[in-house]
Design a protein around this ligand. Structure first.
Ligand SMILES: Cc1cc2nc3c(=O)[nH]c(=O)nc-3n(C[C@H](O)[C@H](O)[C@H](O)COP(=O)(O)OP(=O)(O)OC[C@H]3O[C@@H](n4cnc5c(N)ncnc54)[C@H](O)[C@@H]3O)c2cc1C
Length: 446
């Protein structure tokens, strides 16, 4: 096969992964990134002895595919495992931070669900599978149907708030949690599916790992970038893409100093967020209206509040991953990570770092407030819930006006639009987390 000239747009995790996979196929790859650094939303910042992650805080290694990917790129040996205490997770119920059950005994004694809620959970294996097995069922409908309303309010709701900054009512189960969807289809119940090892048990690792890196999550894209034979072109924003008569793609990029670079390629692969596709001028392509369909992706706004305290200022032992807040509790935060418990070197010695999530689909209006107001909400909520004395000694905020892409009811149409654009325009491919899924393993292509 002849060596193709491939242009990849965006040096986030998706773009870097694709660039490496295209190089392995023997193609000549140019990777363009508008920022001056690689990583996209994976940004790790050092400030006053704290290490802050603006995007993902953890990478979950559950499957052999993810493990092999990290091994193949010699990255696994640099992974930093989360502190063992972090298997303990908390939620807020009736103004208290309570731990979630970690086993059958603690399930019985935990106040996470009422006795009625626990009984409802226990009858899950006897609930018949849905007759029509609707592929458009939301996460909320699935959880309520199989596990009951309390499991939705105090399990799925805070969990989806923490993972997607969204609501279970907005997520389509088959896209967001395909293995749960398949488990019901195949085994008729989550319980029986778990007993039999779930979907594709051979793919799963016997023990999953939750990891980051010494330098924070951005170390992952930085290490991948070092493996490329042609380094990414940084600080170069793609402005115009033109399909030429000779079946070549002419890509126009603008450097930070305003200089325009033009280059011809056989193939263009985008890993840009879908809203960025609309800012590009597309010339000579078929069905350009489909970019509007792609840009329907909903990304809730989200603010990350980083607050540092002297360890003794906080009464709570911070002996876990962090806590999540069910919407029913009517609080101004989605949850707080105990970042300095999660991984070592996230805070100076004898200090603690809390990372609090504000906004999301639940309270988008909070993200329009001034930074100091958002930080104040985070502080006040943590103060009451964790028993904090005095003010934070360190504060920092990162606002994502468009955070995580949601696998909602528009995703089928978006996937179809991306596929039609590829079929109608030879050499064009639209990929990225808005289509493939936001969790980091979805962005890694071998
Ligand atoms: C706050 C937050 C927390 C998260 N937490 C987790 C977590 O704990 N665990 C987990 O698994 N996942 C998490 N995720 C999801 C995960 O981090 C992302 O889905 C993933 O990193 C997206 O990578 P990407 O390469 O697809 O997109 P991006 O990282 O968005 O990369 C796209 C790149 O394109 C560039 N670009 C845009 N326009 C242009 C242009 N015109 N020309 C050139 N370049 C352009 C951008 O600068 C960017 O670098 C989180 C995401 C966010 C936002």
């Amino acid at each position: 096969m002849s060596r193709k000239k491939v242009c990849i747009l965006g040096a986030g995790l998706s773009g870097l992964s694709l660039a490496l996979s295209q190089e392995r196929k023997g193609n000549q790859v140019s990777l363009f990134e508008k920022d001056l650094q690689v990583g996209g939303v994976l940004q790790s910042i050092k400030s006053e002895g704290y290490l802050l992650d603006y995007g993902a805080n953890t990478l979950s290694i559950r499957t052999k595919n993810t493990e092999n990917y990290l091994k193949q790129h010699k990255i696994l040996e640099h992974a930093l495992d989360a502190n063992q205490e972090c298997s303990k997770r908390f939620i807020v119920k009736k103004n208290q931070v309570i731990s979630l059950p970690q086993g059958p005994l603690s399930f019985l004694t935990s106040s996470f669900l009422s006795p009625l809620g626990k009984m409802r959970l226990c009858i899950e294996p006897f609930i018949a599978r849905k007759k029509d097995n609707s592929p458009d069922e939301t996460m909320a409908s699935f959880v309520k149907r199989r596990l009951g309303k309390q499991a939705l309010d105090y399990g799925a709701n805070p969990f989806i708030g923490g993972v997607y900054a969204s609501r279970p009512e907005s997520l389509i189960l088959k896209h967001a949690f395909p293995s749960l969807y398949e488990t019901e289809r195949k085994f008729g119940s989550i319980f029986w599916g778990m007993i039999r090892g779930g979907i594709q048990p051979s793919e799963k690792l016997p023990h999953s790992r939750l990891v980051s890196f010494n330098e924070g999550m951005q170390e992952l894209p930085k290490r991948l970038a070092e493996k490329l034979s042609i380094p990414p072109v940084l600080g170069c924003e793609i402005k115009k893409i033109e399909f030429k008569n000779n079946s070549k793609w002419c890509v126009h990029a603008e450097a930070k100093d305003g200089k325009i670079k033009e280059e011809l390629f056989d193939q263009v692969i985008s890993t840009l967020p879908s809203h960025a596709l609309l800012k590009i001028e597309w010339i000579g392509i078929n069905a350009p209206h489909l970019f509007k369909t792609l840009a329907q992706t909903f990304h809730p706004p989200l603010a990350l509040c980083f607050q540092g305290f002297k360890r003794q200022q906080i009464q709570h032992p911070l002996d876990g991953f962090g806590f999540l807040v069910p919407e029913k509790e009517k609080r101004k935060i989605l949850g707080t990570l105990f970042s300095s418990t999660l991984f070592k070197n996230r805070a100076p010695k004898n200090y603690a770092l809390l990372t609090t999530f504000v906004g999301g689909e639940r309270n988008p209006e909070l993200c329009n407030l001034p930074d100091n107001k958002i930080l104040e909400y985070a502080y006040k909520e943590n103060k009451k819930l964790l028993g904090i004395e005095g003010k934070p000694t360190f504060e920092h905020i990162k606002l994502w006006p468009k955070s995580i892409p949601i696998p909602d009811s528009t995703l089928d149409a978006r996937i179809k639009a991306a596929s039609t654009l590829s079929i109608k325009n030879k050499g064009l491919q639209i990929l990225g987390s808005h289509l493939n899924g936001a969790p980091l393993p979805n962005c890694m292509v071998l």
